[in-house]
Each structure stands twice: as structure tokens, then as C-alpha cells.
Design a protein around this ligand. Structure first.
Ligand SMILES: [Ca+2]
Length: 494
């Protein structure tokens, strides 16, 4: 079953401006057709599947396997009233059975449907139940995990996660009526966390205390409060969160799971003493589990399919694998890389490129930092060349602009508008305009419009007729000086 609409191909018909759908900030599009001077081509973007109710795609396992009530049939008493014992459980009667699947059906109608465990008949041996939810696929959590208990919230519980399909487990959060007593941990709440301690594992008493369970039945793992540490209280600045997720692997991994495990360690008792005569008062019952998230596709897919009981990304950008975690066989021209949320809002696709294209850099002489792979031509071209350039590597000048021969290819002024004409932009000092592209200057002048005298450019000035030539060469000057001195001496003697 497909839970995200298929990629919509949207063709731009406007040549001058690239149009993108309004929702581009959500990374919901993997590629987009644009019009370049090379024709219609793809522009690639980072993309991810829409978040969804992930409980539709999981496998649930209970340990011990026979912990569900009703085999043989049992009668339970109410926790708040030990004399009200009309709760029947019979695994073989549909109306009285409480199988695990009732934790994931649609709630909101009466009566509430729930899974229920056997009672604490083996007291004082602990009533331990592990509920494992497996997706067989990495998923990224996008909202709070919420468990609804119909039996009173457990007095001790641990929520755990796995990132390797259940091989290893890490705690997500501890829950207890008394954190110090149960786990030797100081009680904390999610509000105590900061950006720096966001990854700390805490024990909270917020969801275990009190006996008013009829009105407060939920146990929560607060994903959104943690997001809010970066994105603000109403998650209005998701850009900040995406930026952090992009650059901090630990943060990204924190919200990523393949499995969840709910370890129920002690049921609600509603008192400090356990009523050993009425152990049928104590059990676990869960009516609903909410897990909201999206398939992790490394920003290379915008849809995820559930086929043959298995989730898989519909990979784009020439990637493959359940998480789009590698390049297709014939697209290994450079190392695989995850897409990036940056720069916001479109991100970077980091597509895989063909093997036979050789080492391809997005080489655009500094006039663009974006490239696009054209499958038809099996080549990579620069997209959106700036500074009046164009071409596969932005190495040519746009129509109406000319190559400035005095500038290097990576110079911002490499392409300049018409240099000279015979009306407004006349070549000076006798220069002649050649094809409007350059002035052909007389030998004494240089510059774009022959406006510079070569004398000015040379150090020490020019040897012109009005300057140095006024003085005779040094030996003749010395002779004249001596003659003058002799004449002046003679005159004074007269
Ligand atoms: Ca239910």
C-alpha cells in the first residue's frame, strides 16, 4: 500500500524563471524539470516521504508469548474496586478476547478495545512483559509516542529503541512512580532538557504518579518537545531543526529507530501495599499506541511503499536499497552520499552519477554551484550560470556579451556587454572599434577604449621632446659649466 502520493512531474513552461511548487520547504519533491539552454532537464532536490501513522506497518511480538489473558478464561476485578469483578477475558470468544492487535486498531468508538495481560497471579514474582514493535525498516520519528493504558498506568516501565533490527537496545526513557527507588535516577521532565542535554536519557514520574487513571491514561515519549528545543515552541522554525539534523549525526540517530520495546516492569497497584487476596486486580491493558514517523530514505525518496509486508523507499537520484543507502550498480561515478537539508529550503540531492562519466566535479568556474545530470546526454551541466555566462561549465558568454580577454575564466567580469561602437562608446586616441568587441589601439595607447597613454603606464615616464631632450648629455654639460664659470670669473675680474 502506498501511503504517499506518487511523484508529480511538473514541467516548467517558462524559460526565464524556474517555478517550484509552493510546498517546497517540506522536501516533498525529488526532482523538477527545468528549461535550460541545453533544453529540458532535471533539477534534483533533497526529498523525504510524508510522515504517517507507522503502527499500520509494524509487527508486534510479546514476551513471554503466552502473557495475553484468556487462555484459560479468567475474570478480573477493577483496580479501584476489588469487589467489582466483571471483567472477563476469553481468548476463544471474540467479544471477550484481548489480543495484541487491539493496541493498533482505530479508537474513538465505544467500547474501547484493548490488549490485556494475564493478572499478577505469580506475585511476588515480578509481572514482566516486553512488547516489541518491529518495522524491519529504519524510520524517523516525527511526533510523540503515546501509549494509552486502560488498567492504570504502570508503576515502572522502560521505553527502549533499537537501530539495528533488535540486535542491540538502548533506553529511550524511564518511567516510575519513584525514579530513585526503581532506577536510582533523579526524576526529571522533558522541560529540564536543553539543546545541550537533549540526548540525555531521563527518568520521569509525570506519567506514573496518581491514581486518577480514568482521566489520565497516557504515557508519552516527548518527541515534539525535543524538536522544540531547536525549532521553537510551536515548531515554527523547522529550518533551524533541519540544519541541526543535517550537521549532527547523533541528533539524527536519536530520532531514528527500527524497533521499539515497551518493557512493563510493575503494573498499577494504586496503593503502597499489594492486595495479595485479590491479585486479579493487577494487570496491564493497553488500548492504543501511537507512533508517527516516516521512512528513512536518506533524503533520496519522497515515497515509501508497503509491499509484501515490508516497507521500502522508492528511491530516486539513482540510489537503491531499502533506505536508498547506496548508488545503483551503474551509477557509482562517485561515492554515495546522503542528501542534505541544506541549503534550506531545497537542500542538496547529492545524486549518484554514472560510472562511465569519470570523476565529475561540478566545475562551473565559480559562476554556479549547482549541476544537473542529463541522462539523455550522459553528462553533467552547470545550472543557473551567473555573471552573464552560459554553457556546460559556464565557460561561454550569454548572447549579447563578449569574452573579456583581459579577465580569467573564473573572473566575475569575464563576460561584458558591448565594448565599443561608433557613436557613444568611441575608441579614443585614434583607436578603431573591431566588431564592437575591442578597440584596436595605436602603439602609444592601451586600455579598453585606448584611453591610457603607454607613457603613463611606464615607470620613470617617457623620453619626450619637452623634457629630457632639453638637457645635453653629461660630458657636454660639464664643458659648458666650466666655460660658464671661466666667463663669469673673467667678468668679475674686470
Ligand atoms: Ca484499541
Amino acid at each position: 500500500m502506498r501511503f504517499h502520493f506518487a511523484l508529480t512531474l511538473w514541467t516548467s513552461v517558462c524559460q526565464a524563471v524556474q517555478h517550484y511548487p509552493a510546498a517546497w520547504g517540506h522536501y516533498d519533491l525529488c526532482k523538477f524539470q527545468i528549461y535550460t539552454e541545453e533544453g529540458l532537464t532535471w533539477d534534483y532536490m533533497a526529498c523525504q516521504p510524508e510522515a504517517a501513522d507507522m503502527t499500520q506497518y509494524l509487527k508486534v511480538t510479546l514476551d513471554p508469548p503466552n502473557i495475553t489473558c484468556g487462555d484459560p478464561p479468567e475474570t478480573y476485578c477493577a483496580l479501584e474496586n476489588p469487589y467489582m469483578c466483571n471483567n472477563e477475558c476469553d481468548a476463544n470468544t471474540e467479544e471477550l478476547a484481548h489480543p495484541p492487535k487491539l493496541m493498533f486498531d482505530i479508537e474513538g468508538r465505544n467500547p474501547t478495545t484493548f490488549w490485556q495481560s494475564t493478572s499478577w497471579q505469580k506475585y511476588p514474582k515480578a509481572l514482566l512483559v516486553n512488547i516489541t514493535l518491529s518495522w524491519n525498516k529504519t524510520i524517523e520519528l516525527t511526533d510523540d509516542i503515546v501509549l494509552t493504558f486502560e488498567s492504570g498506568r504502570p508503576e515502572q516501565m522502560v521505553l527502549e529503541k533499537s537501530l539495528d533490527y533488535g540486535r542491540t537496545w538502548q533506553p529511550y526513557q524511564f518511567y516510575a512512580t519513584d525514579c530513585l527507588d526503581a532506577f536510582t535516577m533523579e526524576p526529571k521532565t522533558v522541560q529540564d532538557l536543553t539543546q545541550h542535554t537533549l540526548l540525555d536519557i531521563i527518568c520521569t514520574e509525570d506519567y506514573s504518579r496518581g491514581y486518577v487513571w480514568k482521566y489520565d491514561k497516557t504515557v508519552r515519549f516527548e518527541i515534539k518537545d525535543r524538536f522544540a528545543l531547536f525549532a521553537g515552541p510551536r515548531l515554527h522554525n523547522m529550518a533551524s531543526l533541519y540544519g541541526q539534523l543535517d550537521t549532527t549525526k547523533n541528533l539524527r540517530d536519536f530520532f531514528t529507530i527500527t524497533d521499539l520495546r515497551i518493557r512493563l516492569l510493575r503494573p498499577a497497584t494504586g496503593a503502597t501495599m499489594v492486595d495479595e487476596d485479590k491479585l486479579t486486580r493487577y494487570f496491564y491493558a493497553i488500548s492504543d499506541i501511537k507512533v508517527h514517523g516516516r521512512c528513512k530514505c536518506n533524503l533520496h525518496a519522497n515515497s515509501c511503499v508497503f509491499d509484501k509486508e515490508k516497507l521500502g523507499c522508492e528511491c530516486e537520484h539513482n540510489t537503491t536499497g531499502p533506505d536508498c543507502g547506496r548508488c545503483k550498480k551503474s551509477y557509482q561515478g562517485r561515492a554515495w552520499s546522503s542528501g542534505s537539508y541544506l541549503p534550506i529550503p531545497k537542500g542538496t540531492a547529492n545524486i549518484c552519477i554514472p560510472n562511465n562519466i569519470g570523476p565529475v566535479n561540478c566545475e562551473c568556474f565559480g559562476h554556479s554551484n549547482r549541476c544537473s545530470y542529463i541522462e539523455l546526454l550522459n553528462t553533467v551541466i552547470c545550472v543557473s550560470c551567473k555573471h552573464n555566462t552560459r554553457g556546460q561549465h559556464c565557460q561561454l558568454c550569454k548572447l549579447g556579451y563578449y569574452r573579456n580577454t583581459s579577465a580569467e575564466l573564473d573572473d566575475e567580469n569575464v563576460c561584458i556587454a558591448r565594448v565599443c561602437d561608433n557613436e557613444l562608446l568611441r575608441c579614443q586616441n585614434g583607436g578603431v572599434c573591431v566588431n564592437n568587441v575591442r578597440c584596436s589601439c595605436p602603439s602609444d595607447y592601451s586600455g579598453l577604449l585606448c584611453e591610457k597613454s603607454r607613457c603613463e603606464a611606464e615607470l620613470g615616464g617617457c623620453q619626450g621632446p619637452d623634457s629630457g631632450a632639453a638637457l645635453p648629455p653629461p660630458p657636454l654639460r660639464l664643458l659648458l659649466l666650466l666655460l660658464g664659470s671661466a666667463l663669469l670669473g673673467g667678468a668679475s675680474a674686470l
